[in-house]
Design a binder for this molecule. Structure first.
Ligand code: ATP
Length: 451
């Protein structure tokens, strides 16, 4: 098993992920992204957009607000249903989700007179009570019911309450989709497992509206599309699994759900959920707002609520999976090496540029010229500190797939060496060929859509 603590250490040290507000002791369940983390996150978002939105003419991207009315979340059912069962230890005051405790997440638990005991101190536990996961706030200065607002627990509601706006402005025909990337907030009882269960996280969601009688077909279609997307990102098939929800485990809005699970260091767990949300959300928002949110089918000459198929993934959970999937250790010249073997199209830094010797001005000058050239087309980094070996190791540790080194021969014939992160092999290449070489190597071959 990969050493999670070690990976987390590297991610912090090298500027991917920081515990938020660590100087004050940290905010649990909330993380900040450093310079490399942001680069990687943006790449993942772009690959999702490319696949979901830009390769398909009937999917529209929106950005809706984070703050939501009480009414919106009454309609969506979140105020009534979005609860987790909370229990607390009367002695050590540790809190648990009852389903996690009884489901074995804390190992085997002891019972006394039929009642479960605290897995940490064997103390008595309180009765189960429900706890709403939404963050509540107030709009304006008065804290009254009418001013109550909520941070969205999912981006999806923005697609439903804007349904009519999209119909009127884009004039789409079924099937069509509305997509969004954005922050969501859940006051999770026990945030844990690094980026897996957060209180503030980012989702990439698609609401795909279909004719009711075609819902099952499109549900199966999206399960396959999304599963294949992970393979196209470079995940090994054996690290992914589909989990079909039994009826009693479905969310309040769902008729069928399949999770795509990833093999995290703590077992196979949900990475993405694909749900058939039926017409629940549009129907409820129509009822609560009084607006008619039906679709007029010109062929059938009738109005109805479309069904909705929703693939939804948390970016943070996905980045966590990417870190685990591509982290590796090997040995180069009898020296241990930490390396992120990100596929080149995912790498936060795409190419690094070095002078062979940092104390030779002619080499530094030429290297700067090459850096200025490549940074126009690629995410590039210039480094001339420490020995060349150390510089290679630093790039390996952040997953940079290619390093260009400028040496004395460069000054004579305008060639330089390009080093491959995975094989560590170096080949000579002409400066004018670098752009095509890198373009080819950094291309993502997953753009074909069969919608
Ligand atoms: P779980 O059962 O793990 O709590 P969920 O079924 O409630 O998750 P959904 O409501 O289906 O999750 O949310 C869609 C996606 O959003 C999930 O597949 C996951 O990737 C992401 N997600 C949900 N909750 C969190 C969280 N607390 N932290 C990070 N990502 C999350």
């Amino acid at each position: 098993m990969k050493d999670l603590e070690k990976i987390i250490g590297i991610l912090k040290q090298r500027g991917f992920i920081y515990q938020s507000q660590e100087i004050y002791g940290g905010l649990r369940g909330v993380y900040d992204y450093g310079p490399l983390g942001v680069l990687l996150k943006n790449k993942v978002k772009n690959l999702w957009l490319k696949d979901i939105v830009f390769q398909r003419e009937n999917i529209f991207l929106i950005e809706s607000s984070i703050l939501g009315l009480r009414k919106t979340y009454e309609a969506s059912g979140h105020l009534e249903h979005f609860h987790d069962p909370l229990i607390e230890c009367k002695s050590c005051h540790q809190r648990f989700r009852a389903d996690h405790l009884l489901g074995g997440e804390y190992g085997e638990i002891k019972f006394k007179e039929g009642k479960a005991l605290c897995p940490f101190c064997q103390g008595e536990l309180t009765e189960e009570r429900t706890f709403n996961l939404m963050f509540k706030t107030y709009i304006g200065p008065v804290e009254e019911l009418a001013a109550e607002a909520y941070l969205r627990p999912e981006t999806a509601q923005g697609m439903f309450y804007n349904f009519k706006n999209i119909l009127n402005s884009m004039r789409p025909k079924l099937p069509f989709g509305i997509a969004q990337i954005g922050k969501a907030f859940r006051n999770e009882i026990t945030p844990k497992n690094f980026l897996f269960r957060l209180r503030e996280f980012e989702q990439m969601e698609l609401e795909f509206f279909v004719k009711p009688e075609e819902a099952e077909k499109w549900f199966n279609f999206w399960v396959e599309e999304r599963f294949n997307w992970y393979l196209k990102l470079g995940f090994k098939k054996e690290n992914l699994k589909k989990y079909i929800y039994p009826k009693e485990e479905l969310a309040h809005y769902s008729d069928a759900t399949i999770d795509i699970q990833y093999n995290y260091p703590f077992g196979f767990k949900e990475l993405e959920g694909i749900a058939n949300r039926t017409n629940y959300d549009l129907r409820r928002h129509s009822e609560y707002s009084g607006e008619d949110l039906t679709y007029f089918d010109e062929e059938k000459k009738e109005k109805y609520y479309p069904y909705v198929i929703e693939p939804s993934v948390g970016i943070d959970r996905l980045l966590f999976a990417i870190f685990v999937e591509f982290y590796d250790e090997d040995e180069i010249d009898q020296e241990k090496r930490n390396v992120f073997r990100f596929p080149p199209f995912l790498a936060p830094i795409e190419v690094a540029v070095f002078p062979l010797l940092s104390n030779r001005e002619v080499l530094v000058k030429k290297s700067r010229e090459v850096y200025n050239l490549v940074k126009k087309d690629f995410i590039a980094l210039y480094d001339d500190s420490g020995s060349i070996g150390k510089r290679y190791r630093r790039q390996d540790e952040i997953g940079t797939p290619f390093c260009l080194t400028i040496d004395f021969q460069t000054l004579e014939d305008n060639t330089l060496t390009i080093r491959d992160r995975d094989t560590t092999e170096q080949v000579r290449i002409k400066i004018e060929e670098i752009k095509d070489f890198l373009k080819d190597k950094l291309r993502w071959a997953g753009e074909d859509s069969n919608l």
